[in-house]
Design a protein around this ligand. Sequence first.
Ligand SMILES: Nc1ncnc2c1ncn2[C@@H]1O[C@H](COP(=O)(O)OP(=O)(O)O)[C@@H](O)[C@H]1O
Ligand SMILES: [Mg+2]
Length: 374
Amino acid sequence: MSAASDPLFDGARLVITSGAGGVGKTTTAAALALESARSGRRTAVLTIDPARRLANALGLEAFHDHAQRVEGAGPLWAMMLDMRTTADAMVRRFSPDEAAARRILDNPYYGAFSTSLAGTQEYMAVEQVHALVRSGEYDLVVLDTPPAVHAIDFLTAPDRILGALDNRAVNWLYKPRDAGERGQPQGYGARLLGRGRQVVLKSLDRFTGGPFFEDLASFLQAFSALFEAFRQSSRAVQALLRADSTRFLVVTAPYPGTVREAIGFRAELVERGFPFAGFVCNRVHDARPAASLDALAAALGPHAPARLAEALATALADHNRMAARDADGLAALRQADARPVRVVPLMPEDVHDLEGLSRVGRALMQNFSSADTF
Ligand SMILES: Nc1ncnc2c1ncn2[C@@H]1O[C@H](COP(=O)(O)OP(=O)(O)O)[C@@H](O)[C@H]1O
Ligand SMILES: [Mg+2]
């Protein structure tokens, strides 16, 4: 089975690899993108936290605001998410003109906002991938997801960010000219307004020893102009994540706890209307044929020390115990969902180059026919 006819890619514009931290989301995303590109699709992959050597293999030495062509891998482009670059591009896109964008970008508050507000990384990732899809330059975009503690955080981030910006506590700062329904100023912000907002902010700043509140207020005020654009974009992103052409893969290791978490995550995706497209079970031990101590000793020949055969027999038994445990994990995944599970064996070493990605890619594409549906 090849990527040319894999149902995962059929009619797909966006494939998302999600799951708990360390299970192989970044590796899976890069391997899928490579397979897709090798089958002739113009493919872009947005990685979040690639290991240094993998980033190098994809030609990602630095952050860029556009995807970089990967050499020797078909029509493949890759990019690494950088919060600041993505946030800057968003501010520019949403601002009516360069002067308005500069008022935000040059504000000392902006740096903190763009890189450290909870959920911004997730928000930026979906914004960036939305831009890649919208550009129309790619047949398929593959999105790796951030190492969130709870995978679902990633999907609720746009709503949470909007919620934070909508917070009543900051309302009076960023909407200083808001009036009540009958045109009467109301509330604390309005009272401050009445006393002269700048005067109040200046006196508050005496406590903080610098232009803290003034900067915050002017940041939020400048930012509020972008608020509606943010909202609309967030709605468009939510629609993209739920589109028929979007596929969520849930990546998991075969261990019992991780499998339970993956099954729970699948249920949440389905419940919230995100198009789940199957499990990837990564780092699976293949069962090896059992061999008796005598058979091992015979294979080693008469000159090998006797203890060597014993050590090998123990290693083989350990390996097969792990393979049996992994088989239980796979069985649980298959019971939780009827779609075939994509099984990737544990490789002898880390996956950090195109050759390693090809091996993972082949495993991901194996045993699928176009009769399998999503
Ligand atoms: N099937 C595999 N066999 C061996 N090593 C793997 C396999 N899949 C992933 N790895 C390695 O495990 C580490 C974590 O994988 P990664 O894709 O970065 O996980 P995540 O993005 O989910 O945190 C990486 O060093 C990667 O090379
Ligand atoms: Mg990762």
